[in-house]
Design a protein around this ligand. Structure first.
Ligand SMILES: NC(=O)c1ccc[n+]([C@@H]2O[C@H](COP(=O)([O-])OP(=O)(O)OC[C@H]3O[C@@H](n4cnc5c(N)ncnc54)[C@H](O)[C@@H]3O)[C@@H](O)[C@H]2O)c1
Length: 308
């Protein structure tokens, strides 16, 4: 059966990630209409004009418009890629440092999208906390965070390079936190279907330094997350079946785990863990829960997304 064409996708945030996500979506021909929102109206309007130029030269089907967040209520999907202005001086738990600064914007946007029934992909860091914050303040039933799937992509690429095999031969996940509490699921990783001997120290070093190198070289990471958004939207909107590692509500907590989408419906597929990985995931879950409490959120309404 041919999947139904996706109608409108909204992108909130017109910075490095928002721009790249929007251009990627336009070039992919996924949406029929693309709405862009930013805190600064002129920025959203400028991005819409730039994308319209691209639409014309690439003969993309998507019409592009700038709008306010409230106008996103009828979108098929919304991507949240905002970042409040703050100076990040942290050298450890770097993404976590944005929690206090970004939380008010996420709460405000969640409130303006209360009752929204489409798919929401949160990119804003710390993504595991901001995804939960958005879900609990909006009551939206389908809210996922982009983070662990970018880590997983980087893991598979790194392992392929270290073992001198094609990346497509590697199956393996990084779960938990998109940050210092990321858990590399080495014990369940395979190469060409055979358990892999994972050089964990090298892998962890690359996962830690790769985003730093990208940011140092080109200012911000942007193409990696944009690719993860596109790949996830295809699965979440039922255009393709497959697995993405996403932050979601799982057994009472919000953390990154593999979700398998079939016709747009998610099913959690947590990988088998050895004792070390299990202990790391427990520590990460405790860390995320405690960090969320520090945001001082109001009592959440129940959400209906419980992946089991
Ligand atoms: N999860 C991931 O894998 C991943 C990867 C890369 C970046 N990120 C995160 O994505 C976020 C965006 O990064 P960036 O580099 O694009 O930042 P940026 O500073 O370049 O752009 C941020 C944009 O958000 C807009 N904005 C701020 N507050 C807003 C609000 N309340 N409403 C609407 N728009 C608002 C700004 O005007 C700006 O356009 C950051 O939190 C970053 O850490 C996540």
């Amino acid at each position: 059966m041919t999947p139904a064409p996706v109608d409108t996708v909204g992108v909130i945030g017109a910075g490095a990630v928002g721009q790249t996500v929007a251009a990627t979506l336009l070039a992919s021909n996924l949406p029929g209409r693309l709405l862009v929102v930013s805190r600064v109206w002129d920025q959203a309007a400028a991005l819409a004009a730039d994308l319209d130029d691209m639409r014309h030269t690439t003969a993309s089907r998507a019409r592009v418009e700038a709008c306010e967040a409230e106008a996103l209520a009828h979108c098929t999907a919304v991507v949240v890629a905002v970042r409040a202005a703050f100076t990040n001086t942290s050298t450890a738990n770097v993404r976590m440092a944005g929690a206090t600064a970004n939380a008010p914007a996420i709460r405000t946007l969640a409130t303006s999208l209360r009752g929204y029934q489409g798919t929401v992909l949160v990119v804003t860091n710390p993504v595991d906390l901001m995804t939960r914050l958005f879900a609990e303040n909006s009551g939206c039933p389908r809210v996922y965070g982009i983070g662990s799937n970018l880590d997983s992509a980087r893991y598979r690429l790194t392992l392929a390079r270290l073992l001198n095999v094609p990346a497509t031969a590697v199956r393996g996940h990084v779960i938990g936190e998109h940050g210092d509490g990321a858990v590399v699921c080495a014990s369940s990783t395979t190469v060409n279907g055979t358990p892999a001997d994972v050089p964990l120290t090298e892998v962890r070093t690359e996962l830690r330094t790769r985003p730093q190198r990208i940011s140092a070289g080109v200012g911000r990471t942007r193409s990696g997350p944009a690719g993860a958004v596109l790949s996830t939207l295809r699965k979440a909107l039922g255009l393709a079946d497959g697995t993405e590692e996403l932050t979601c509500h799982h057994r009472g907590d919000w953390l990154g785990i593999p979700l398998h989408f079939t016709s747009g419906q998610p099913r959690a597929c947590p990988p088998a863990l050895n004792a070390d990985e299990d202990a790391q995931l427990t520590a990460t879950t405790t860390k995320l829960r405690a960090a969320y409490q520090t945001l001082g959120h109001p009592a959440p309404p129940p959400t209906s997304l419980e992946t089991t």
